[in-house]
Design a protein around this ligand. Structure first.
Ligand code: ADP
Ligand code: MG
Length: 282
């Protein structure tokens, strides 16, 4: 058991209950309350985002089912990152709706509220704390989940330590638990950041170009990781690496000029004449 092994390295703290008050404020938005009985877990309809008159998203509509692994591909500038910005509250759409489950209107919520209801996002560049160990990064992520008022000094309980261990096994970093994040390979940093998302137990995970800069071996393991999350999580993966996408593809959505150009199986979109013209054929 890692729980016993990890415990002595964790600084002593004031107890584990300090964050509960902050957490319960958001209790009514808890992830368990995401209602997917009447539809998809993520639903965008007619979303438009303009930057000085240029439509980065143009009447975009998209639905992702609970437990689905969805790949999003498309040329540079198609609006993939802007779409994620709209889901996570970083950008407000000029028009359209974005729903998490059938009742939660994400357009009305702040970025931190959206993170707290169980939508986790990994940006393109890894943003781990380089001067902290892998374990400390995971610990911080776990405590952040409880809200900004949770005590960073509170001791982790054995259930939390187990969750950190299980997650590190999942992201291939169990053996690197005491290593400083700064000396990990680029791929391992990406995995650590995915681990930091997973330990927060999100319902929906958004990954923006997760395998960019990874070695072939790291890319393969990331594909396995994505496949292992299917079912227990809903996953939206934006990626340019078509070999990687082919490995994990279920339903694939092709974005172009801010709206959906094609959607379906990898074979179907690969053979779509429009997709070949604007994206794959080049
Ligand atoms: P992708 O991720 O598919 O490559 P983006 O969503 O990053 O595309 O960008 C879509 C388009 O919107 C691009 O033409 C980009 O230049 C533009 N864009 C994105 N963010 C901004 C912004 N903050 N201000 C102005 N233009 C932007
Ligand atoms: Mg992008």
């Amino acid at each position: 058991m890692i729980a016993a092994a990890l415990q002595p390295r964790v600084p002593d703290g004031a107890g584990t209950r300090s964050g509960e008050g902050a957490h319960s404020i958001l209790g009514h938005l808890s992830t368990a309350g995401v209602d997917v009985t009447h539809g998809p877990i993520l639903y965008l309809e007619g979303v438009t985002v303009s930057f000085d008159g240029f439509k980065a998203l143009n009447n975009l509509s998209l639905a992702v089912d609970d437990g689905e692994l969805r790949c999003i591909i498309g040329p540079n500038g198609a609006g993939k990152t802007t779409m994620m910005d709209c889901i996570t509250g970083k950008t407000r759409p000029d028009a359209g709706t974005v729903f998490f489950g059938s009742t939660i209107d994400l357009v009305r919520m702040t970025e931190s509220e959206i993170a707290n209801i169980g939508i986790g996002r990994k940006f393109q560049r890894p943003t781990v704390f380089e001067t902290l160990s892998v374990f400390e990064n995971m610990e911080l992520a776990l405590k952040t989940r409880k809200g900004p008022l949770a005590s960073v000094r509170a001791k982790l309980n054995s259930e939390q330590l187990d969750r950190i261990e299980q997650t590190l096994v999942q992201v291939n970093l169990r053996d690197a638990v005491w290593r400083l994040a700064g000396i990990l390979s680029h791929g391992q940093k990406q995995w650590l950041e995915i681990g930091m998302l997973l330990v927060q137990e999100p319902r929906l995970i958004l990954l923006d170009e997760p395998v960019a800069g990874m070695t072939d071996a790291e890319t393969d393991r990331t594909a396995d990781l994505c496949l292992s999350l299917e079912g227990s999580h809903s996953l939206v993966v934006v990626e340019h690496d078509m070999e990687f996408v082919s490995k994990i593809a279920r339903k694939v959505t092709v974005l172009h000029e801010g709206s959906v150009l094609a959607e379906g199986s990898m074979d179907r979109v690969r053979n779509d004449p429009q997709v070949i013209e604007v994206y794959l054929g080049r």
